[in-house]
Design a protein. Structure first.
Lengths: 114, 657
């Protein structure tokens, strides 16, 4: 059921064609295989040490903006061009990032509120 | 080195010749017999040595020493050396034993009673130096380490470089067999050199090679004085084995030990201080950037006073615990974008403060970009300018500043504070107070944002670094704790989430970023904390531990309590990202083999069972812990073990950063 919601959510962003292709499950594998986890963590949580604190889980970027950045970034992140990261894999990665469980509210974690 | 030999009845070299005539003379004397002889007023007649001048080189190095230990012809040089060392109140001597300083070693434990200093057995010279490095950052006093001529000093070199870059004094003495005509052939000669100090001369403050007992006394006190005068740094002595071992030569006068009188640290020029104060007092957005500014707890108090006088933002780069994390003026680095005056104190890289480097330019070549507004005035107080050397590039890129003080920041702060208070115009005081109110709000907002960031991936497995840090914190927060090292990069969570206020809450990093600092420095700092009744905790990374894990045994052997919570991300993660980056630049898919990370950067297949490694060396240990719900009970159990006086390690699988 949750995957179905993810597909619907991803479809709203990507358009119908992309939505049918997107797979969060494949995206998780691609996220690891292409090394995205190295700087962004396995759940896209990011780090001030590696992603300047940017959190890509549940990114608010549209897929088009997301892809544009990934392909051509000249900032701290090295670019992933199409020969090394296919559009299909990138679409799946985007779907995976939208599917990551949302974190608990900081206020609900006693250790963060001693 | 030429040596006068005629005044002694029988020296070590003559001994060896005698041995050749006498043949193998049998077993060494019993320890009590030797010690009784050592205490006799009149030295006994020379006796033949049993040291074999064998052609079997390895045997010469590995066989038990058979030379008798009596004084031949007078008091051993190394006994006097111990007298000199004792005047400097050096508490410990972490070292890996070696033949080139066997005489001094023997004098330390048998003549000196193994006190002030106490010999701590280390399994690698880099561990010994790392321990001394960490110890100083708690105790504020240097340790002495001994290392073996060429080979031991080469092992120690990386630790010495870290200490140099981190501005920490370590007293290094290397044994060396200098007399080519008389030193034992074979292995000891492989281990000798004309000038062992040359190995580390580029990153030590001073070095010497004494040629007499009196020369040793002068040089040892001098090297201690130089090392402990800001800017601090390691020092080196090449100590001839013969000088240690042979009776002291009659030099026609009484030997004396120079009195140690500490030097006062260099202060900034009064005119430069006044000009800096004028700029700061009249700035709209002054920013104070500190790296190793607070050498002592008093340095923190002084920085707070300066910051509050100006209501200026403080960016603490964390080379030391400079400024309380709980203070509203503690701000993130991006505040410098608005600055019109920046004062940098004991910065290791001023250029890097005001400029950015993006590793993503054309053809993979990085590019620079400024982080500050045009016209921003820059002030520097940095004692390291006084000891800049040429070869190693720890001085970083050259940054032009408007006011430059080659002086110790902490020593200059009292004068600067007074000058700032005098320089603030009356009509600016209201604006300065208003600036403070803005920072109070920004600080409160910043705290909430940090908590939100920490909550992301809170329940993830492998365990998030924020969760790792806070589960640890929960179990130690009521103790007098000291975070003695945090290696491997846990996204700086301790500094962002723990209420660090005291000087011993945070010790900074390695200095030279040579991997392998964390484990030994933690043990050294924990040793100092043990003597002060404090609880020591480290965030111990996997790659760092494997450089010289034998220091775990040293901790257990000498009963040094330490909680090591591992950040085990199963790779050399900086290199994981570097290789991936290059593959991307070249439009190639990075080859992973069977690992998660590019080939050659992972530490997996097989996964190292660090908990078993630690257990094998006398630690209490548990792991691997992969589920965050298992972490709290494990930390609680480990804390109880450490409080009982034993070291404990938790092998925790973590997110990469």
């Amino acid at each position: 059921m949750r995957n179905a919601f993810i597909l619907i959510a991803a479809g709203l962003v990507l358009g119908i064609g992309a939505a049918f292709a997107a797979s969060a499950e494949n995206g998780k594998k691609a996220f690891v295989a292409h090394g995205c986890w190295q700087c962004h963590g396995f759940e896209g949580q990011g780090s001030i040490a590696t992603s300047n604190g940017t959190v890509i889980a549940h990114t608010e970027l549209s897929f088009e903006a997301f892809e544009s950045f990934v392909r051509s970034t000249n900032r701290a992140m090295p670019p992933y061009r199409e020969p090394i990261l296919s559009k299909a894999d990138l679409t799946d990665i985007y779907a995976y990032l939208q599917s990551v469980p949302k974190p608990p509210a900081a206020a609900s974690i006693p250790l963060l509120n001693p | 080195m030429a040596r006068v030999r005629s005044r002694t009845r029988m020296n070590r070299r003559g001994f060896l010749a005698g041995m050749a005539l006498a043949g193998a003379a049998g077993a060494p004397l019993a320890a009590d017999t030797v010690n009784a002889a050592a205490q006799a007023l009149e030295p006994p007649p020379p006796r033949p040595s049993a040291l074999r001048p064998s052609a079997a080189l390895a045997v010469a190095e590995t066989a038990p020493p058979q030379e008798i230990k009596e004084h031949e012809g007078g008091r051993p040089g190394s006994d006097f050396m111990v007298d000199v060392i004792k005047t400097l109140d050096i508490k410990y001597l972490p070292s890996n034993p070696a033949s080139s300083f066997r005489a001094l070693h023997e004098s330390l434990i048998d003549y000196g009673g193994n006190k002030q200093p106490e010999f701590l057995t280390c399994m690698h010279e880099e561990s010994a130096v790392g321990m001394a490095h960490g110890y100083f950052k708690i105790a504020g006093k240097p340790l002495l380490t001994l290392c073996h001529g060429t080979v031991g000093l080469q092992h120690a070199a990386m630790g010495i470089y870290n200490a140099w870059c981190d501005r920490v004094p370590v007293i290094v003495v290397g044994g060396n067999e200098m007399d080519a005509a008389h030193r034992p052939p074979g292995v000891p000669t492989f281990h000798s050199a004309q000038d062992i100090n040359a190995l580390v001369r580029d990153f030590t403050k001073w070095d010497d090679t004494p040629v007499s007992a009196q020369h040793f006394a002068q040089s040892f006190v001098r090297m201690y004085k130089i090392a402990t005068t800001p800017p601090y740094g390691p020092v080196m002595m090449s100590l001839d084995a013969g000088l240690q071992q042979e009776p002291i030569r009659d030099i026609g006068g009484k030997l004396y030990i120079p009195r140690f009188v500490p030097s006062s640290p260099p202060q900034g020029d009064s005119g430069a201080v006044k000009e800096a104060a004028r700029l700061l007092a009249n700035a709209e957005h002054p920013v104070i950037v500190v790296d190793r500014a607070a050498r002592t707890p008093n340095g923190i108090k002084l920085l707070v006073e300066l910051a509050e006088s100006l209501q200026a933002a403080v960016v603490d780069q964390g080379g030391r615990m400079n400024f309380p994390k709980t203070h509203y003026l503690n701000r993130p680095p991006n505040v410098i974008a608005q600055a019109d005056v920046i004062i940098g104190m004991e910065l290791s890289d001023f250029w890097g403060v005001v400029n950015g480097y993006v590793d993503n330019g054309d053809n993979g070549i990085g590019f620079n970009e400024t982080k500050i507004k045009a016209g921003t005035k820059l002030i520097s107080i940095n004692s390291v300018e006084l000891i800049t050397k040429s070869n190693y590039q720890d001085f970083q890129r050259f940054q032009v500043v408007d006011v430059s003080m080659p002086a110790d920041a902490e020593a200059t702060l009292p004068a600067l504070i007074e000058a700032v208070k005098s320089a603030i115009p009356n009509d600016r005081k209201a604006a300065i107070d208003k600036r403070g109110e803005t920072f109070r709000k920004a600080y409160a907002n910043g705290r909430e944002n940090v908590k939100k960031a920490a909550a992301i991936a809170w329940d993830a497995s492998p365990i998030s670094t924020a969760r790792l840090v806070m589960e640890t914190w929960a179990q130690i927060k009521d103790l007098d704790w000291s975070l003695v090292a945090s290696e491997g990069n846990v996204s700086n969570w301790p500094n962002r989430l723990w209420p660090m206020e005291k000087h011993h809450h945070w010790l900074g990093r390695s200095g030279g970023y040579g991997v392998g600092y964390g484990a030994p420095a933690s043990v050294g700092a924990a040793l100092a904390n043990r003597d002060l009744g404090r609880f020591s905790v480290s965030i111990q990374s996997d790659g760092d531990l494997m450089y010289a894990p034998g220091v775990l045994w040293t901790a257990a052997r000498h009963k040094i309590p330490l909680l090591a919570v591992m950040h085990n991300n199963r790779g050399y993660h900086q290199e994981v990202m570097h290789v991936q980056r290059l593959a991307n630049f070249r439009n190639r898919v990075a080859y992973l083999g069977n690992d998660l990370a590019p080939l050659g950067t992972g530490i997996q297949n097989p996964d190292i069972e660090y908990h078993k490694l630690a257990e094998s060396m006398g630690w209490w240990a548990k792991g691997p812990i992969k589920d965050p719900v298992d972490l709290a009970p494990a930390v609680k159990e480990a804390v109880a073990v450490v409080k009982s006086g034993q070291p404990a390690l938790l092998n925790v699988w973590t997110q990469p950063r």
